[in-house]
Write a protein that binds this ligand. Structure first.
Ligand SMILES: Nc1ncnc2c1ncn2[C@@H]1O[C@H](COP(=O)(O)OP(=O)(O)OP(=O)(O)O)[C@@H](O)[C@H]1O
Length: 698
C-alpha cells in the first residue's frame, strides 16, 4: 500500500540561531574592531618564518624577476634609441635593430615569467601542504576530543576549497607584488637612463598614488571583509531557510523569516556600497599613480624638449608608463585590494582564528526548540530529521510534530493556553493542487486555546457530513460527499486502492486540508470554524516518514509534551509501542540519537511512542507502521487501540484491517464501512484487496 515514491511527512522543529552564538565549529568569534589589523597581527608572525625558511625559493624568484626588470628597461630604452639613433637620424636599419632588441627582451621576459611560475610552486605548495596538515590535525584532534560533532563539513570545506583558495590567493599576491616591484624598478632605472628630468615628472604622482592606495588598503580590506561576512551570513541564512522551509511554513514564520533575510540583504547592500566607495578611492589612486604621470608627461613635453629631452626619450618614457607601469599598477591595486584581503581572511580562518562567518548566524543543529506541525510532501525523499538548520523562530513551546487542527494543522499542542499564539500567523491551507514536493501548510486562524482541563479527556467521536475535497477548482474530487461516523474510542482501519484518497481523507481529518464542502465534527463539534479549531490539539497524524531530530531519545519523545511527562509515562509509552529494545540499544532514554543512523522502522517507533505519550485523543496512523515487521506493527497498533482515544489506521496488511473494530473501504468516491467479515461479503473492492494482500504478510 505504500504509494510509489511518495512520502507524507510530518515535520516540525525550528532551529533558532542564538544571538551571539559561536560558530558551529566552536571557534571564537573575532572581535569586530580592527579585524584586518587583528588578522595581520595574527598571520604575520607565522608568515615571516615561513618566508624565511624559503629564502632559496625567494632568491630564485627574484633572480628570474630581474630578467623581467631588464625586459621592462629595454622596452622603453630600445624604443627611445630606435627613434633617436635610428629612424629620426635617417638610419632605419639601426632603428630596426633597436626594435629587434626590444622584441628579444620580450622573449627573454616570457622565458623569465615561465621560470617564475615554476619557482612559484616552491613557495606556494608548501603553504598549501602546511595548511592541509593544520586543518587535518585540528579536525582530527577536535573529533577525537569530541568537540566538533558536526564539524565534518566545515573541515572538508577548509581542507578543499579554502586551502585551494589560500594557495591561489598567495600565488596571485606573490605574482602581482613581484611584478609591480620589478617592473617599477625597471621603469625607474629606464627613466633615469633616458633623462633624469623625466623622474621629476613621473615620481611625485606615482608616489602620491601609492601612498593613497596604501592608506586605503586597510579600510578597503575591512570593507572587503565586511562584504564577505555579510555574503556568508546571507548564504548561511538562505541555505538554512531553504533547509527549514517546511518548518517555516508549518510554523507560519514566513514573514519573520523574510524579515530576517531582508535585514541581511540590506546589510549586504550597505557593505557592497561601502566597498564600492573604497573601490572608487582605489581607482583614484590608480589614476594618480598610473595615469597622471602620462598626462603630466604630455603636458610637460614642450618644457622637456626645450630642456634637452629628445622625442625618442619622451616616447620611451611614455612606453614605460603605458606599457609597463600602468598594467603593473592596475594588477597590484586590484590584486592587493581583493585577493589580498581574501587571502588574509582565509589564512586567518585556517589558522583557527575564526573568520567572517564566525560572527555569522549560528547554524545550530539539534536545537529544535519550537513548533512542529504536520506538513505533507509528495517528494520521495524527505528525511524529516531535524538535522538541517532552520531559522524560523516560533517562540515558546515545543509542540506536536504531528498534531493537526482543523483549518490546518495545529502545531502548538499541549499546554494550550501557552501554546496558543506561540506560532502566530499560521498560513491558511490551500486546497489548490500543489506541485510535487510542495508543502501543505498547517494553519490555524487565531488558535483558541483548549482549556487544560480537556487534556486527556475521553475519546472523541468523528463525523463527516457530505465531506468533499478536490485538489483544484477544476480537478476531480478525491473525496466526494463522504459521510462517516466513528464512535468514540473506535478503532477503524481505512483501506482502498492506491491513490484512492486515503491520505487525503486523513489530511482532511487532521486539518491539513480544508474541505471544499461538508462538515467535519470531532467530539460533536465542527472543527472548521471561523474562531478556530476547537479540537486542534487533540488529534495527531503520524505519517509514513517519521520525524526524528538530533537530541536525546527523551527529547524526541517529549516533543509533543512541552510540559514534560512523568518518567514512568515515558517508559510505559516506550514499552507499549515496542520501542524498548531500540531504546536499550541506543543507550537509554537520555542517550543522544543521530536520526540518520536510525532505520526507518526505528524512526517510526520513535514517532509512535511520541504520539502515544501525547495528549492527542484522535490518532491517525497513515501507514505509520509500514516499516515495521508484522509482529511489531501488531504490537504498536494494539497499544494505540488499548490507549484511551479514537484510532484511525490506513491499513496496508490484512492483519491490520482485521484488528480494527470496523473497516472503511474507499472505492472511487464511494465508501463502505463495516466489519471485516461483513465487508468480505458486501464489498468487491475489499475482497480484491484482501486477495492481493500477500499471504503471510499479516
Ligand atoms: N497535493 C496534491 N496535489 C494534487 N493531487 C494530489 C495531491 N495529493 C494527492 N493527490 C491526488 O489525490 C489522489 C488521492 O491521493 P492520496 O494520496 O490521498 O491516495 P492514497 O489512497 O493515500 O494513495 P496511496 O495508498 O497510494 O498512498 C491521487 O490521485 C493523488 O494523485
Amino acid at each position: 500500500m505504500t504509494a510509489g515514491g511518495r512520502t507524507r511527512t510530518v515535520v516540525g522543529g525550528v532551529l533558532r540561531p542564538r544571538a551571539g552564538s559561536a560558530p558551529t565549529d566552536g571557534r571564537p568569534a573575532p572581535s569586530a574592531a580592527g579585524p584586518v589589523r587583528g588578522a595581520l597581527r595574527r598571520i604575520l608572525p607565522q608568515a615571516v618564518p615561513f618566508l624565511a625558511r624559503r629564502r632559496p625559493a625567494l632568491l630564485r624568484l627574484g633572480g628570474w624577476s630581474l630578467l623581467e626588470t631588464a625586459q621592462t628597461f629595454l622596452g622603453g630604452y630600445a624604443v627611445a634609441a630606435a627613434l633617436d639613433r635610428g629612424f629620426l637620424t635617417g638610419r632605419p636599419g639601426v632603428g630596426l635593430v633597436w626594435l629587434a632588441v626590444a622584441a628579444a627582451a620580450v622573449v627573454a621576459g616570457g622565458t623569465a615569467t615561465n621560470r617564475v611560475f615554476h619557482h612559484l610552486a616552491d613557495l606556494v605548495e608548501p603553504l598549501r601542504d602546511g595548511l592541509v596538515r593544520k586543518v587535518v590535525t585540528s579536525a582530527l584532534s577536535a573529533a577525537v576530543a569530541g568537540r566538533e560533532r558536526h564539524a565534518g563539513h566545515a573541515a572538508v570545506s577548509r581542507l578543499t576549497h579554502q586551502t585551494e583558495a589560500a594557495r591561489d590567493g598567495f600565488a596571485g599576491l606573490v605574482m602581482v607584488t613581484r611584478s609591480f616591484v620589478f617592473t617599477a624598478a625597471g621603469v625607474v632605472v629606464g627613466l633615469a637612463a633616458l633623462a633624469p628630468a623625466l623622474l621629476l615628472i613621473v615620481l611625485p604622482p606615482l608616489a602620491a598614488g601609492l601612498v593613497l592606495f596604501a592608506a586605503a588598503l586597510r579600510p578597503m580590506a575591512t570593507r572587503q571583509r565586511d562584504f564577505l561576512r555579510t555574503d556568508e551570513e546571507l548564504a548561511a541564512r538562505l541555505g538554512a531557510d531553504v533547509a527549514g522551509l517546511r518548518d517555516i511554513v508549518a510554523c507560519g514564520a514566513e514573514a519573520r523569516t523574510s524579515d530576517a533575510a531582508g535585514e541581511l540583504i540590506d546589510a549586504q547592500t550597505r557593505a557592497a556600497r561601502a566597498l564600492a566607495r573604497w573601490a572608487a578611492v582605489r581607482t583614484l589612486a590608480l589614476g594618480l599613480a598610473g595615469q597622471a604621470p602620462v598626462v603630466l608627461l604630455l603636458a610637460a613635453a614642450p618644457w622637456l624638449l626645450d630642456g634637452g629631452v629628445t622625442a625618442g626619450e619622451l616616447l620611451g618614457a611614455l612606453t614605460y608608463l603605458t606599457q609597463a607601469l600602468l598594467p603593473a599598477l592596475n594588477t597590484l591595486m586590484t590584486g592587493l585590494g581583493a585577493a589580498g584581503t581574501r587571502l588574509l581572511v582565509i589564512l586567518d580562518r585556517l589558522a583557527g582564528n575564526g573568520g567572517p562567518s564566525a560572527a555569522g548566524p549560528a547554524t545550530a543543529r539539534g536545537s529544535c526548540s519550537a513548533t512542529g506541525s504536520a506538513t505533507r510532501s509528495r517528494t520521495g525523499s524527505a528525511t524529516d530529521s531535524c538535522t538541517s538548520p532552520a531559522t524560523a523562530s516560533c517562540t515558546g513551546s515545543a509542540t506536536a510534530s504531528a498534531t493537526a487542527s482543523s483549518a490546518g494543522a495545529a502545531p502548538c499542542t499541549a499546554k494550550d493556553s501557552e501554546a496558543a499564539g506561540a506560532c502566530p500567523d499560521r498560513p491558511r491551507a490551500d486546497p489548490r493542487p500543489r506541485p510535487q514536493g510542495a508543502f501543505t501548510a498547517a494553519r490555524r486562524p487565531s488558535q483558541p486555546s483548549t482549556p487544560p482541563t480537556e487534556s486527556g479527556e475521553a475519546a472523541p467521536s468523528l463525523e463527516l457530513r457530505s465531506l468533499s475535497f478536490a485538489y483544484g477548482p477544476g480537478a476531480m474530487p478525491v473525496v466526494d460527499g463522504l459521510d462517516l461516523s466513528v464512535r468514540p474510542g473506535e478503532h477503524m482501519a481505512v483501506v482502498g486502492p492506491s491513490g484512492i484518497g486515503k491520505s487525503t481523507l486523513f489530511a482532511l481529518i487532521a486539518g491539513l486540508l480544508v474541505p471544499a464542502r461538508g462538515e467535519l465534527l470531532i467530539g460533536g463539534r465542527p472543527v472548521h470554524r471561523p474562531d478556530g479549531d476547537p479540537y486542534a490539539v487533540r488529534r495527531a497524524l503520524i505519517p509514513q516518514e517519521a520525524y526524528v531530530f538530533g537530541g536525546t531519545l527523551r527529547d524526541n519523545l517529549l516533543y509533543m509534551c512541552p510540559d514534560g511527562a512523568p518518567a514512568a509515562a515515558v517508559e510505559s509509552a516506550v514499552r507499549a509501542v515496542g520501542l524498548d529494545r531500540v531504546a536499550h540499544a541506543l543507550g537509554g532514554l537520555d542517550a543522544r540519537i543521530d536520526p540518520a543512523a536510525l532505520s526507518q522502522g526505528e524512526r517510526q517507533l520513535v514517532a509512535l511512542a511520541r504520539v502515544y505519550l501525547a495528549p492527542a485523543r484522535l490518532v491517525l496512523l497513515d501507514e505509520a507502521t509500514c516499516h515495521l515487521d508484522p509482529a511489531a506493527e501488531a504490537r504498536a497498533e494494539r497499544a494505540f487501540a488499548d490507549r484511551p482515544g479514537t484510532l484511525l489506521v490506513i491499513a496496508h496488511r490484512l492483519s491490520s484491517a482485521r484488528r480494527a473494530d470496523r473497516v472503511l473501504v474507499l472505492d472511487g468516491v464511494a465508501a463502505t464501512a463495516g466489519r471485516h467479515e461483513e465487508l468480505l461479503e458486501r464489498s468487491e473492492t475489499y475482497r480484491d484487496l484482501v486477495g492481493h494482500w500477500r499471504p503471510g504478510a499479516g
